[in-house]
Design a protein around this ligand. Structure first.
Ligand code: SF4
Length: 320
């Protein structure tokens, strides 16, 4: 366990039993309580993912929307295994030395998309700092397998930052032409050293900018979590930075602490504040904004893709 994590963990323990007593769970406000998943659709989605040996960020990140999304057979597939080479303070995905890349994974993802009947699929991955290309080739293989097997499915990828990897890594993914390229900034730059220590804010921003520069027809998307101790003006600055990188779609959601070992929630941001953030973001020129306590990068991604495409067409028509 990293030293920062140890001190955060110990900071939350009771004096009576400093080793064995975990931090009491923070009480969530009513607006972010969700029902336990019980539907048939949920069970079918889970069975399919297990049978194809696919990991999902829905499960690994303990997403609160899993009941709703899986009932509708929307799942976000996590490629390149279930073990991440980083240890971000907000993320529940396990950290360690990942296994070798599965050569069957691209075909399995395409089979899942076909069996679930997906019009839109979101593919993400763990960070693979151990691979020379950070896993870019596997993203390309997955996009190619989807185009071959389910050509009408639109493809959204949510990638790591490919920090310290050759520029050709991102270029190869852009050349494979996903419909949406998403990379999350996650939080404001001031909080990077504690929340996202293995990443660099401006490197992530440059990645988004370079995707748009290489292929302006690809929609770009990025997200932030709030409730980690950020100030409102800092969030507004992140919005400006994203717009300067020509990001099309902003997502904002409430950070939820997955376990007591993770960064604690500093604030439960109210739905009214989310609405205010959304209004400001729209005024800054994003094609689309999704901001609510339960918004996640891939929440309602298919419907939002359709809206984003319609908004772009409307803007182009207005400019003619
Ligand atoms: S919001 Fe995204 S990660 Fe969460 S359950 Fe839905 S598809 Fe999965």
């Amino acid at each position: 366990m990293a030293r920062g994590r140890v001190s955060r963990y110990l900071a939350g323990m009771s004096e009576a039993d400093p080793i064995l007593t975990p931090v009491p769970k923070q009480r969530k406000p009513d607006w972010i309580r969700v029902k336990a998943p019980t539907s048939t659709g949920f069970a079918e989605t889970r069975r399919l993912m297990r049978s194809l040996n696919l990991a999902t960020v829905c499960e690994e990140a303990a997403c609160p929307n899993i009941g709703e999304c899986w009932t509708k057979k929307h799942a976000t597939v996590m490629i390149l295994g279930d073990t991440c080479t980083r240890a971000c303070a907000f993320c529940n995905v396990k950290t360690g030395m990942p296994r070798a890349v599965d050569p069957l994974e691209p075909e399995h993802v395409a089979t899942a998309a076909a069996e679930l009947g997906l019009e839109h699929i979101v593919i993400t991955s763990v960070d693979r700092d151990d691979l020379p290309d950070g896993g870019a080739k596997q993203f390309v293989r997955v996009i190619e397998a989807l185009r071959r097997n389910t050509p009408s499915t639109t493809i959204e990828i949510l990638t790591p930052d490919f920090r310290n990897k050759p520029e050709a890594a991102v270029e190869s993914i852009v050349a494979a032409r996903p419909d949406v390229y998403n990379h999350n900034l996650e939080t404001v730059p001031r909080l990077y050293p504690t929340i996202r220590p293995g990443a660099r804010y401006y490197a992530s921003l440059r990645l988004l900018e370079s995707v748009k520069r290489q292929d302006p027809s690809i929609f770009t998307k990025s997200g932030v979590m709030v409730g980690l101790g950020e100030q409102r003006l800092e969030v507004h600055q992140v919005m400006d930075d994203m717009r300067s990188a020509d990001v099309d779609f902003l997502t904002m959601g409430q950070y939820l602490q997955p376990t007591p070992r993770h960064a604690k929630v500093e604030e439960f941001v109210t739905p009214q504040t989310f609405s205010a953030y959304a209004a400001i973001a729209r005024a800054k020129g994003f094609l689309l904004v999704a901001a609510s306590p339960l918004t996640r990068s891939s929440y309602h991604a298919g419907d939002d893709f359709a809206k984003m495409r319609a908004n772009r067409e409307a803007r182009l028509a207005a400019a003619r």
